[in-house]
Design a protein around this ligand. Structure first.
Ligand code: CTP
Ligand code: MG
Length: 408
């Protein structure tokens, strides 16, 4: 009756734990991450991977709930799925799953439902890496500095290059895993994971790279992490922004932009820089007042919004800006961003140059620039270049600015 070829791979999804540490008032697998439960997310990943028999191991009394999640995730692959009742320990739950495997299955993966956001690529990679002799686990490098302790005493270092954090799904040749389970049962030994049980039977286990999103949801903080990952994944990575004005972007993802500007000394009159006039300082040359700080900020903001650049909005084709000062440019830029649906988060700019001596007027400059942008924080830093380059020779000023903006 089956329309699908019988797969040689099975995935046992253990979901029979109570979730004591999560403490969410229901067995952990049925706790919602978003509108979908932990188990549903885990099964979505399993069914997005290559075809396999899927055995869900449910807490006693929750078989019907598990069946509903299985049917919802399986779509037209429902005939590949089945639910069995779990046991008191994880090892007993896996054993219950093993007893439900089809005869044709050669490779078995055991997967924690609690690793709900494991990417299907990890599942496929484990399947591909299992051979007739060897178990395979996904693992992540250990990043913490580890110590061996005895009570409160720190008794020694641990070389973390020798360690890896084990994840699931863990894959094995079916016959060897069944033998290893039978042997563990007869000894009455409990193991923390299937790889340990398999290795205790004398078999080799090797690791492949796990994905960070395959972390196990254990505590309320882990559940928050999963929720955060899903909500940021739901928003497009780049908001769609019209060339200028028009409809507002819908995503809530912040965006950043960078701008640079360089002007040579040699303009008329006094210097204008960072929105301030600097009496007695040599002026910068350039269209408008040559305020390279303001111009770099304009490009950073326009770039963040995907609205083109300063030449397009304020260049020689716009004679109305000739001689204009920073406040005019920045106010118009803020207006363009607002029309495109963005609020300005903050702006940071740094100029390189021997003069003017900036720090005494930093607060004043930041306030003028911030006001021109409608109140967004602006910070300006200044540096010399140790006599090197055109800025070090006093020929001009170079500025780099970055801006962070958020869709409203
Ligand atoms: N598991 C299981 N049967 C058990 C115990 C655990 O199927 N008797 C499953 C869990 O459902 C989970 C995975 O094994 O998907 C890893 O276990 P863990 O994260 O410890 O989950 P819980 O045991 O539910 O949580 P806790 O230890 O906090 O009670
Ligand atoms: Mg547990």
């Amino acid at each position: 009756m089956s329309m699908l070829p019988v797969p040689h791979t099975a995935i046992i999804v253990v979901a029979a734990g109570s979730g004591t540490r999560l403490d969410a008032g229901a067995p952990k697998a049925f706790v919602g991450i978003d509108t979908h439960s932990i188990l549903r997310h885990a099964l979505d990943g399993v069914f997005a991977a290559g075809p396999a028999q899927v055995v869900v191991v449910a807490p006693p009394g929750f078989e019907g709930d598990a069946e509903a999640e299985l049917l919802a995730a399986a779509g037209d692959r429902a005939e590949l799925g089945r639910v069995v009742t779990g046991g008191d320990t994880r090892q007993q739950s896996v054993a219950a799953g093993l007893s439900a495997l089809w005869g044709d299955v050669r490779t078995v993966l055991v997967h924690d439902a609690a690793r709900a956001l494991t990417p299907p690529e990890t599942i496929d990679a484990v399947v591909a890496a299992v051979d007739g002799q060897t178990g395979v686990i996904p693992a992540l490098p250990v990043v913490d500095t580890l110590k061996r302790v005895d009570g409160e005493a720190v008794v020694g270092p641990v070389d973390r290059s020798e360690l890896a954090a084990a994840m699931t799904p863990q894959g094995f040749p079916r016959d060897l895993l069944e033998q290893a389970y039978a042997a563990a049962l007869s000894r009455g030994d409990e193991y923390t994971d299937d790889a340990a049980l398999f290795a205790a039977a004398g078999h080799a286990v090797r690791r492949i790279d796990g994905a960070p999103s395959g972390f196990k949801i254990t505590t309320p903080a882990d559940l928050d992490r999963a929720r955060h990952l899903l909500s940021s994944a739901a928003a497009p990575a780049f908001a769609t922004v019209p060339d200028a004005g028009g409809t507002a972007p819908t995503a809530s993802v912040p965006r950043v932009g960078i701008g640079t500007d360089v002007h040579a000394f040699g303009g008329e009159g006094d210097l204008w820089l960072a929105g301030l006039e600097w009496p007695g300082e040599p002026a910068l040359s350039g269209h408008s007042d040559g305020d390279a700080v303001a111009h770099a900020i304009v490009d950073a903001l326009l770039g963040a919004a995907g609205l083109g650049d300063i030449g397009q909005h304020f260049g020689t084709a716009h004679p109305e800006y000739a001689g204009a000062h920073a406040a005019v440019f920045l106010a118009r830029t803020a207006e363009l961003l607002a029309q495109a649906g963005f609020a300005i988060g903050n702006v940071s700019a740094q100029f390189q140059g021997n003069r003017p001596r900036f720090s005494a007027r930093r607060a004043e400059a930041q306030q003028v620039l911030s006001e021109a942008l409608g109140g967004a924080p602006v910070s300006i830093t200044a540096t010399t270049t140790d006599g090197l380059g055109f800025t070090g020779r006093g020929e001009g000023i170079a500025v780099t600015a970055i801006a962070m903006i958020v869709p409203r």
